[in-house]
Write a protein that binds this ligand. Structure first.
Ligand code: ATR
Length: 297
C-alpha cells in the first residue's frame, strides 16, 4: 500500500487497541484510505494490557484522537467507558469502533454492517424475506444473526455445538427485534438446510492451517444444498475454504470473508470522517488491500 505521509502538528489521529495487535491489517487499510483520499490523518496500532483498557481509552481521548477501533479482547469491555452506543452495537453487545466528538465517546459495531455491505455487493441481494442459517454462535455469528433479523430475514437459525450459546443469540433476537430466531444443534441441518436461502459459516472449521475441515461434511453438503442457495464463509484464509469449494462444486453462489474485513474498516472510516467513500476509491483501495493480505500468507 502507499507509504505513510509526513506527520505534522496538524495531523489528525486514529488508532486501534487490542491484544495481540501485531497482525492487524487495519493500520495499512486506514493509512491507505487517508493517502488515497488526501486526508491528513494517521492510524496507529496500540497493544494494551488487559487491565489497562480504561486508561487507554482515557488516554486516546486526552490526546485528542478522532476515534479508534477496538479489537479482541476489548470489544465488550470497552462499552462501560463510552457515553452512548448505537442500537446495533447494543444488541450485538460489542463495539469495534469509537468516535470521539467534543470529549464524548460514541460506540458502533461495524462488523455486522461490513458483512452486509460485502454480501450485498457480491450477491446483489439482501436478507429481506430470506431464511438464513448461521453455523456457530460466537461473536461473529451474534453480529451477523442480529443484522439478518434487523434487515428483515424471515427466519434466522443459529446452529451450534453448544446449544446454550445459540439460544442466547436467538433470545436477543426474539425479544428485541422479531420472533423469527431458532437455536438448534447440527442434527437439525437435515431439516432446515434444504429450505434455507443463505448459509453462513462463522466457525473456524476450515481456517488455515486446518483447511481440510468444514462445518458440514462433503456427503451431507451434497444432500442438503441445491441450486439457488448462497453459501458464505467468514474465513478468508484460505480464500476458498472447503465449505465454499463444496458450494462451487454444486454451482452455488459463494462469498468469503475478505469483503467483511474490508468493509468493516470502510464503514468505521466513514463514521470518523462523516463522509461516504465513493465506489471508485473503494475499488482502488480494495485491490491494494488484497495484495497486502496475499503477501502476508
Ligand atoms: P468469533 O467470536 O470470532 O465468532 P468464537 O467466539 O471463538 O469466534 O466462536 C467460534 C464458534 O465456532 C463457536 O460457536 C464454537 O462452538 P462452541 O460454542 O460450541 O464452542 C464454534 N466452533 C469452534 N470449533 C468448533 C468445532 N470443532 N466444531 C463445531 N463448532 C466449533
Amino acid at each position: 500500500m502507499e507509504p505513510v505521509k509526513t506527520v505534522t502538528g496538524k495531523t489528525k489521529l486514529l488508532g486501534v487497541i487490542g491484544n495481540p495487535i501485531e497482525h492487524s491489517i487495519s493500520p495499512e487499510l486506514h493509512n491507505t484510505l487517508s493517502a488515497v483520499l488526501g486526508n491528513d490523518i494517521i492510524y496507529l496500532p496500540f497493544r494494551v494490557d488487559t487491565g489497562n483498557i480504561g486508561k487507554a481509552v482515557e488516554g486516546l481521548k486526552t490526546l485528542g484522537f478522532l476515534g479508534f477501533n477496538v479489537t479482541i479482547p476489548f470489544k465488550e469491555k470497552v462499552i462501560e467507558y463510552l457515553h452512548q452506543i448505537s442500537r446495533e452495537a447494543e444488541l450485538i453487545g460489542a463495539v469495534n469502533t469509537v468516535k470521539i466528538t467534543d470529549g464524548k465517546l460514541y460506540g458502533f459495531n461495524t462488523d455486522a454492517e461490513g458483512f452486509y455491505r460485502s454480501f450485498r455487493r457480491e450477491t446483489e441481494t439482501g436478507f429481506e424475506n430470506k431464511q438464513v442459517i448461521l453455523l456457530g454462535a460466537g461473536g461473529a455469528s451474534r453480529a451477523i444473526s442480529i443484522k439478518a433479523a434487523l434487515e428483515g430475514a424471515s427466519k434466522v437459525y443459529i446452529v451450534n455445538r453448544s446449544i446454550e450459546k445459540a439460544e442466547n443469540i436467538s433470545t436477543v433476537i426474539n425479544q428485541n427485534i422479531d420472533n423469527i430466531a431458532k437455536a438448534c444443534g447440527y442434527e437439525c441441518m437435515q431439516k432446515i438446510a434444504p429450505t434455507s436461502d443463505i448459509i453462513i459459516n462463522t466457525t473456524p472449521l476450515g481456517m488455515y492451517p486446518d483447511i481440510g475441515s468444514s462445518p458440514v461434511n462433503d456427503s451431507d453438503f451434497l444432500k442438503f444444498f441445491k441450486e439457488g442457495q448462497i453459501i458464505v464463509d467468514i474465513i478468508y484464509n484460505p480464500v476458498k475454504s472447503r465449505f465454499l469449494l463444496n458450494g462451487e462444486k454444486l454451482g452455488l453462489r459463494t462469498v468469503n470473508g475478505l469483503g467483511m474485513l474490508f468493509y468493516q474498516g470502510i464503514y468505521a472510516y466513514e463514521i470518523w470522517t462523516g463522509k461516504t467513500i465513493e465506489d471508485e476509491v473503494l475499488d482502488k483501495v480494495y485491490n491494494a488491500y488484497l495484495k497486502v493480505l496475499v503477501s502476508r500468507e
